[in-house]
Write a protein that binds this ligand. Structure first.
Ligand SMILES: Cc1cc2nc3c(=O)[nH]c(=O)nc-3n(C[C@H](O)[C@H](O)[C@H](O)COP(=O)(O)OP(=O)(O)OC[C@H]3O[C@@H](n4cnc5c(N)ncnc54)[C@H](O)[C@@H]3O)c2cc1C
Length: 318
């Protein structure tokens, strides 16, 4: 099928894009990777009168990493973020989740920010942003605003983006110390949207007990559902935490629906199974990271002592 007619705009600067979007208002739609919008238009489920193609705004393609987190520009493709070693080091959940998004061909074209704005409750990245407490930066003619993940997803395929706005980047906070993450999902065929999926983050305290455990569920409600299971799994050592109790807490909180792919009952059951698996894996990763940090610190101290000894020897010789 072919899409309904539309006017095509190809701005070359951010300012030009914001002017066009201001002019087209609710009749304009941003075209990024086109991996969701074009199928919707071809199926006549979307019929914007104006398409504003932002693919020429090269300045929006950056993936910037720093100690606080990863800022992903609006034109960074899924594959680019997935392959970024810096992003994976600062926040490993990004790569863990992106590997599960569709197929490589779609990941080469689709954008991470486009996935967030598209706000499909079955998509991986909205759950990641919600779990981590990230945010989306929205620009309009005359200003920008940052919207926290908790307020950004407002319903199935609905976000806080207003007519005239362009999402210029998204921010994913860094993995805290002594923490680990994991993403588990089940789909009928490889690359399909998940029937159920869970992103998990576990943080340990200095005694390697669970200090914080959270799970974000996909296909479990109209928006990503984040469940804090810290109390449910008890402040136990990572290896002995009650992840089954955590899974029960997740099952109680979610609101999956029946559709042609699965019943709500099955989705609820599956989400609990995946939550226990993802939380256990995240806890293992947290324990490993805590061990590496401790080993790293011990190594630094040993190196420091060796350097001091060497300096002392030099001093003695001198
Ligand atoms: C066969 C198939 C399987 C897929 N499987 C999965 C999957 O398993 N998991 C998953 O998460 N996704 C999946 N996708 C969707 C894919 O990840 C898309 O790339 C993504 O959802 C949207 O990114 P995009 O850049 O293609 O956005 P587009 O299709 O260009 O746009 C999507 C929507 O977001 C808006 N938008 C995009 N960018 C901006 C912006 N910067 N500012 C304002 N509005 C913007 C558009 O106006 C439109 O409403 C699949 C797609 C296909 C075709």
């Amino acid at each position: 099928m072919k899409p309904p007619p539309f006017d095509y705009h190809a701005p070359r600067t951010l300012g030009e894009a914001l002017d066009v979007l201001a002019g087209t208002g609710e009749h304009g739609k941003v075209l990024a990777g086109g991996q969701s919008l074009i199928p919707l238009m071809n199926m006549r489920l979307a019929a914007p009168a104006h398409l504003v193609d932002v693919n020429r705004l090269g300045g929006l393609a950056a993936v910037e990493t720093g100690p606080d987190g990863v800022r992903v520009g609006a034109l960074a493709r899924h594959a680019q973020v997935e392959r970024s070693a810096g992003a994976a080091a600062v926040q490993p959940l990004l790569r863990q989740a992106l590997r599960l998004v569709a197929h490589p061909v779609i990941r080469n074209r689709g954008t991470a920010v486009g996935s967030l704005v598209h706000a499909d409750p079955a998509a991986e990245l909205p759950a990641v942003l919600a779990l981590l407490g990230g945010s989306v930066r929205l620009a309009r003619r005359g200003g920008t605003r940052d919207v926290a993940a908790g307020e950004f997803f407002t319903g199935p395929l609905e976000s806080a983006l207003r007519p005239g706005e362009l999402a210029v980047s998204a921010f994913f906070p860094a993995l805290p110390a002594r923490s680990g993450t994991a993403f588990r999902e089940v789909s009928r065929r490889h690359g399909d949207y998940a029937l159920a999926g869970v992103a998990a983050l576990v943080r340990l305290d200095g005694d390697l007990r669970v200090a914080e455990a959270r799970a974000a569920c996909v296909s479990a409600g109209p928006v990503p559902v984040v469940v804090d299971v810290t109390a449910a799994c008890g402040a136990a050592p990572a290896g002995a935490a009650d992840w089954e109790a955590a899974a029960r807490a997740v099952r109680e909180r979610i609101e999956p629906e029946d559709d042609i792919h699965a019943t709500a009952h099955y989705r609820r059951h599956l989400t609990g199974v995946l939550a226990a698996q993802a939380l256990r894996e995240a806890a293992r990763a947290a324990a490993e990271n805590a061990g590496e940090n401790a080993a790293g610190r011990a190594g630094e101290q040993a190196a420091g002592r060796a350097a001091a000894d060497a300096a002392g020897r030099e001093g003695a010789h001198g």
